[in-house]
Write a protein that binds this ligand. Structure first.
Ligand SMILES: Cc1cc2nc3c(=O)[nH]c(=O)nc-3n(C[C@H](O)[C@H](O)[C@H](O)COP(=O)(O)OP(=O)(O)OC[C@H]3O[C@@H](n4cnc5c(N)ncnc54)[C@H](O)[C@@H]3O)c2cc1C
Length: 471
């Protein structure tokens, strides 16, 4: 079988080598054409079309260790798939041995210590489901099908970030299989350098098999949902967003977006496909306070749809899932913002008016709060001055529409990037980003990350990621 080395050369893997690996694994080892191979090799972004030579569906840590050992002994390129949601498709690589973690999806909740231990094949919804049984939640992201691994290793933000910081700020320990196939614990007491690097430095240091999250009392009921107006109301709605967000308590997270209306049942049929402006809100505190906090949104103008109500927190966490299906084509450009300026709102309206697909959007996510209160050096995720995220999110169906949609996203980004803090979110970077964008994402932490890489992965075994070269 043809496979690819770490340096990108083609090699031949003999059948007895493959059979030997298969015999040492508890989970299946899949080759092209076998049932399950396609499901594993494909990722969320349909623009990515890579074919690993072998896919190991790991069932336990021992499988991960066997695969890392096999890859290093045979100089084989290794890639690791968590939820497969990285827009740049970093989870997959041509000719590689892929570790598909999706069968390792256990979650254990310790209600006394308010901790959850989650295996890294979990998607966000797995953790929310188990923790919400106890009225608890970890700080995770907005779409329940996203993998916890990639999200946490790159930082992670969602509706609880303003209260408790990045996802990675709320991790107390990780289990990781390193380049020499050892299982190692990383926490503030054990291998503290590795622990620092893992909270923002991505999958550069090994295969993380388990993550321990601090949990907080949230829900089970919160006030959350969306209100939408025709795009003609955007100047007033974005001004409302700007003023409400500036004064919002940490419990309230507001997201503004402009896009063609999706064919959702809560929007009238005659609006489907027409441009709208919408505010998405989640108040994670007491529902009575939440209702007061979102009252100005619900009372504003004449919405075409309003589903901003009391609802289960777990439902809130999956509200956007349907808008982001696996297999569609996606291209994002993103920046952190220090504030929302009226001039930026005008640009958002202008570029939303030029959207070329029914699925694309210009989105403003609110951050701020707890994440601004830690020091820059706390972890490599940095960007402690970020108060909003601008995401120009292109999404379309067919390959022959690639050029037009990418051009739209790039033009909009080029025109709005002057509003940036100068930083960007590593987990939103697309495949074609320049190295300086990785510097913009990791900033001052890069040198220290390179030193940690030298110690834990000097041969750069783990390179199918936002790769940090050993110092
Ligand atoms: C629809 C959608 C919604 C999103 N929403 C949010 C959001 O609300 N908040 C937010 O912060 N981000 C969000 N993101 C971005 C998200 O954080 C990144 O896409 C992240 O990389 C996804 O993690 P994953 O495990 O699914 O990725 P994958 O594509 O599986 O992996 C991403 C990277 O992590 C590495 N990796 C995966 N598993 C492991 C492991 N066990 N050990 C070591 N390395 C590993 C991979 O090798 C790869 O380099 C969203 C993305 C999408 C597509």
């Amino acid at each position: 079988m043809r496979a690819t080395t770490r340096e990108g050369r083609e090699i031949e893997l003999k059948q007895d080598q493959i059979d030997g690996l298969r015999s040492r694994l508890r989970g299946p080892l899949l080759t092209p054409g076998e049932t399950g191979y396609e499901e594993s090799r494909t990722v969320w972004n349909g623009m990515i079309d890579k074919k690993p030579a072998l896919v190991a569906r790991c069932l336990e840590t021992g499988d991960v260790q066997e695969c890392v050992r096999f890859a290093t002994q045979n100089d084989l390129l290794l890639c690791v798939k968590g939820g497969g949601h990285n827009i740049a498709g970093l989870a997959t690589a041509d000719g590689a041995l892929m570790l598909d973690m999706s069968a390792m999806r256990g979650v254990w909740v310790d209600t006394e210590r308010k901790l959850a231990h989650a295996q890294t094949g979990c998607v966000l919804g797995d953790v929310d489901r188990e923790t919400q049984l106890h009225g608890l939640a970890a700080v995770l992201g907005f779409v329940s099908l996203t993998g916890i691994a990639g999200l946490t290793l790159g930082g992670g933000f969602g509706y609880l970030t303003r209260r408790w910081g990045w996802t990675s700020d709320n991790v107390v320990g990780m289990s990781i299989v390193t380049a020499d196939a050892r299982l190692v614990r990383a926490s503030s007491d054990e291998n503290a350098d590795l622990f620092w690097g893992l909270r923002g430095g991505g999958g550069n240091f090994g295969v993380v098999t388990g993550i321990d999250y601090t949990l907080f009392p949230v829900g089970p009921e919160v006030v959350g949902g969306v209100v939408a107006w025709p795009a003609s109301e955007a100047p007033k709605v974005l001004e409302l967003y700007r003023t409400l967000a500036e004064a919002a308590p940490a419990e309230l997270t507001l997201v503004a977006l402009m896009r063609p209306a999706p064919p959702a049942p809560w929007l009238p049929k005659e609006m489907h496909g027409k441009p709208i402006v919408a505010l998405l809100a989640c108040h994670s505190g007491r529902p009575e306070e939440g209702e007061k906090a979102v009252a100005p949104i619900k009372a504003f103008g004449r919405p075409v749809g309003d589903v901003l109500v009391r609802r289960p927190y777990a439902q809130m966490q999956s509200l956007l899932d349907g808008t982001q299906p696996k297999g569609r084509r996606y291209y994002w450009k993103s920046e952190y913002l220090p504030r929302i300026e009226p001039a930026l709102c005008a640009k958002v309206i202008e570029h939303a008016g030029r959207i070329r697909s029914p699925h694309s959007a210009v989105i403003l996510f609110q951050l701020g709060g707890a994440l601004n209160q830690l020091r820059e050096e706390h972890s490599p995720v940095g960007n402690r001055d970020a108060r909003y995220v601008l995401n120009v999110a292109g999404s379309w169906e067919r390959a022959n529409e690639d050029a037009a949609n990418i051009e739209w996203a790039r033009d909009a980004w080029n025109d709005m990037k002057s509003f940036s803090t100068g930083g960007t979110y590593i987990n939103f970077l697309t495949e074609d980003e320049d190295p300086e964008r990785i510097e913009a994402a990791l900033g001052k932490g890069l040198q220290r990350l390179a030193e940690i890489k030298s110690k834990w992965d000097p041969q750069n075994v783990f390179r199918t990621n936002r790769n940090i070269r050993p110092a």
